[in-house]
Ligand binder design. Structure first.
Ligand code: ATP
Ligand code: ZN
Length: 708
């Protein structure tokens, strides 16, 4: 919905950003007062204006947020209302509720244990719910609950708007190494000084980027302001949360889709009124109504999961930079493997480039080599080559841990009938059904459709004729179980590690050395620090290259470099073996040589030559409908209406690689434009002039990451 004009009734004072309720037809809806003259609206005669019904009791949308909303709507071709809904989710309108917190107050417990003593000492002057207190005191929740039962901790009922545990900048500052201190000092000074300052913090895996950007967070706390840390996968933050609590004395506020409504409401309100000092969250946290945001950190900034692929198609990394600009704040993109877009900005000097070239504590970078699968093919029915298998044997023999990386969930990516050749496909998508042997099901990884594995071929009816083709992580686990029957194995995928609690349990088990071999998808590449893990095997480094999209090479490089970075982070040296059919490829050579610059320079030049991002602009137009003919007709109409202009080219329409998704037929167009072209305006005028029937959906994806 666009902007509408209303009259302000006598006795009500309204300012831009205020939340209001207004009549619309027979209904009353909520809205926000916008700055005069910034939005196009229909002119309505003053005497025909309906009055605003009332002002709502939620914090107004600040001027920086209003400018950010305008930018997001404009840049990503979204409706302003759609963007405002991200800033004002429905929780903003919920009522208050009460929660129970605890603090020291009563007598000492009759029975004093070391853990209880530690808790009593550390909880002096603190208050929080059981979980927070356990973290602050570094004891189990059971210990805290024991102290509640003993009457040592007393209950305090607080509204959801009550006190929150406050991170303490001086709680446990680390002793930084010289290079770390220099980088941390510069960022902390920038946060202290205020003003827009974007940074690329590039540090090799294990260099201590987290410790270093914590100093920027500390600077925000010291200045009395707020900090936001965006992480790619909130389910994986358990180790991060533990480190945060160790550094600042309590947990930060978490923001993600799994929060209960009451938690969301409490978090939202605390961010708005400034009680929440530090927020860690998934990309949607970017739209929280911070009162005084001093610094935003985008951790693992290269991760493509920062790109939102539904609703408003925005890239959280880029919106984070824009928000910092509007808020006059610091933004830090932290990663070991920056995106080319980010690197180009740093090279231009738009972002200040800070580097940590060595691992913390003198740990060495791992020794990386490629295994040529043409020379060392795995035995029949196996996926691990003899050199990788030998390395696993040696690692286990030394009592150390190994990690095998294969970016494929399930047992096998394809199931086919030996008798008639039928391949089992999803009924809703152009995709093969993936066998998950652990759950005895076939699943579509695009729409979630599942069926039991059929006993006979659905096409020809032959019994026991279905065979699994190709490996997924479950199949690698099966092979490990056959070859090293004693080894204790954990599979790490979004199927197995799907909650913070499970991630925490995984970390505990690995640290306690209850696991010998980890087998995982890209879930295992992110952030883990396991000192006893000394071998990383990349089962199929060529896998991601086959799709051939714009970032296939870059993404493969980042994934392999990240997973290789899990090896040898402690005192013992790490070894990485990359199985590939193309060891001579530049990408593999750069990985083996530990020379990312060699890869990045070539890749950047290639993008420059082809006018691809960040040197040119791309937008995808996805046209879909349950009616195949309607989708095709609409896509053709859009294609026919494409403007002819210098510096703009349009590919398609063509059936999308995922020609059907969730039962919708899909056509794509890809628009490529020169950097200087005002692509958004062109797209808006173009698409605005094409009438599309109601059963067809047109989605514009600016700066697309997905080409299926
Ligand atoms: N100054 C320091 N004092 C104490 N420990 C440190 C210090 N710097 C780093 N460490 C420790 O070194 C390990 C690696 O640091 P960290 O995880 O921050 O690295 P990273 O650069 O984020 O790595 P990655 O990109 O691989 O996730 C961690 O266990 C961290 O606590
Ligand atoms: Zn499907």
């Amino acid at each position: 919905m666009g902007a509408l004009d209303y009259a302000v009734p006598a006795g009500l004072t309204l300012a831009p950003g205020d939340a209001v309720s207004v009549p619309l037809g027979p209904r009353v809806i909520s809205g926000v007062v916008w700055d005069e003259g910034r939005l196009e609206g229909r002119e309505v005669e003053a005497k025909r204006l309906r009055p605003v019904a009332g002002k709502l009791d939620i914090p107004p949308l600040s001027a920086p947020m209003r400018r950010l909303c305008e930018w997001v709507a404009d840049y990503y071709l979204a409706s302003l209302a759609g963007v405002i809904r991200m800033v004002w989710p429905s929780v903003a309108f919920l009522g208050e509720r009460e929660i129970v917190e605890y603090r020291l107050g009563g007598q000492l417990p009759g029975r004093m244990t070391p853990a209880r003593l530690q808790a009593v000492e550390r909880l002096e002057g603190r208050q929080g719910i059981v979980r927070d207190l356990a973290r602050m005191a570094d004891v189990s929740e059971a210990v805290v609950r024991g102290l509640v039962t003993a009457g040592t901790l007393v209950a305090e009922v607080v509204g959801a708007d009550g006190a929150l545990a406050q991170p303490d900048a001086g709680f446990a500052p680390p002793v930084l190494e010289a290079a770390q201190a220099e980088v941390a000092g510069e960022m902390a000074a920038a946060v202290g000084a205020g003003g827009f300052a974007p940074y690329l913090l590039e540090g090799v895996t294990g260099s201590g980027k987290t410790e270093v950007y914590f100093e920027a967070v500390a600077a925000a706390l010291e200045a009395g302001g707020q900090a936001l840390v965006l992480v790619p996968e909130i389910a994986l933050t358990a180790p991060w949360l533990a480190r945060f609590a160790a550094r600042f004395g309590c947990a930060p506020v978490s923001w993600h889709s799994d929060l209960k409504a009451s938690e969301r409401r409490a978090a939202w309100a605390a961010v708005a009124d400034g009680r929440a000092k530090v927020v860690v969250g998934a990309r949607s946290a970017l739209f929280l109504p911070f009162k005084d945001l001093r610094v935003t950190i985008v951790d693992e900034a290269h991760e493509t999961s920062f790109k939102q692929e539904e609703g408003v198609h925005y890239h959280a990394r880029d919106v984070a930079v824009m928000r910092a600009r509007e808020e006059d704040a610091v933004v830090i993109l932290a990663t070991a493997t920056p995106a080319i877009e980010t690197q180009v900005q740093a090279a231009k000097g738009t972002y200040r480039h800070l580097q940590l070239p060595a691992r913390f504590g003198g740990a060495q970078m791992p020794d990386i080599s490629a295994v040529d699968l043409r020379r060392y093919p795995p035995a029949r029915g196996h996926w691990l080559s003899p050199p990788l298998a030998a390395a696993v044997t040696a690692t286990l023999g030394r009592g150390e841990q190994a990690l095998l990386f294969l970016n494929r969930r399930g047992y096998a990516p394809l199931t086919l009938c030996r008798h008639c050749g039928e391949r089992i496909q999803c009924p809703n998508c152009t995709a093969w059904m993936v066998e998950h042997r652990l759950s005895k099901r076939l699943a579509c990884h695009h729409c979630g459709h599942q069926t039991p594995v059929p006993p006979r071929c659905p096409e020809c009816g032959e019994a026991d004729s279905l065979v699994a083709c190709g490996p997924g992580v479950e199949r690698i686990a099966e092979e490990v179980g056959r070859v090293w029957p004693e080894a204790r194995v954990a599979i790490v995928t979004s199927d197995t590690v799907n909650s913070p609690a499970r991630a925490a349990e995984l970390v505990r088990a690995v640290e306690a050395k209850e696991i010998d071999v980890l087998i995982g998808t890209q879930m295992v590449t992110k952030g883990y620090h396991f000192p006893e893990l000394t071998l990383v095997g990349v089962v199929d480094a060529d896998l991601g290259l086959s799709g051939g999209d714009l970032r296939a090479g870059e993404r493969t490089f980042q994934q392999v470099a990240q997973v290789a970075g899990r090896a040898g982070r402690g005192a013992k040296p790490g070894k990485v073996l990359i199985q590939t059919h193309q060891p001579q490829a530049r990408l593999m050579q750069a990985l083996v040589a530990g020379d990312p610059a060699a890869f990045y320079e070539a890749e950047t030049e290639a993008r420059r030559d082809l006018g691809l991002p960040p040197f040119g602009r791309l937008a995808a137009i996805i046209v879909s409908s349950e009616d195949a003919a309607a989708a095709l007709a609409a896509a053709r109409a859009i294609g026919a209406a494409a403007p002819q202009m210098e510096g703009l080219s349009v590919l398609g329409p063509a059936a999308a690689p995922l020609a059907m998704l969730r039962g919708r037929h899909r056509q794509r167009l890809l628009v490529q434009a020169r950097r200087s072209l005002a692509l958004q305006r062109v797209l808006r005028d173009w698409l605005g002039a094409v009438a599309v029937p109601g059963n067809v959906r047109v989605v514009v994806d600016v700066d697309p990451y997905s080409f299926v």
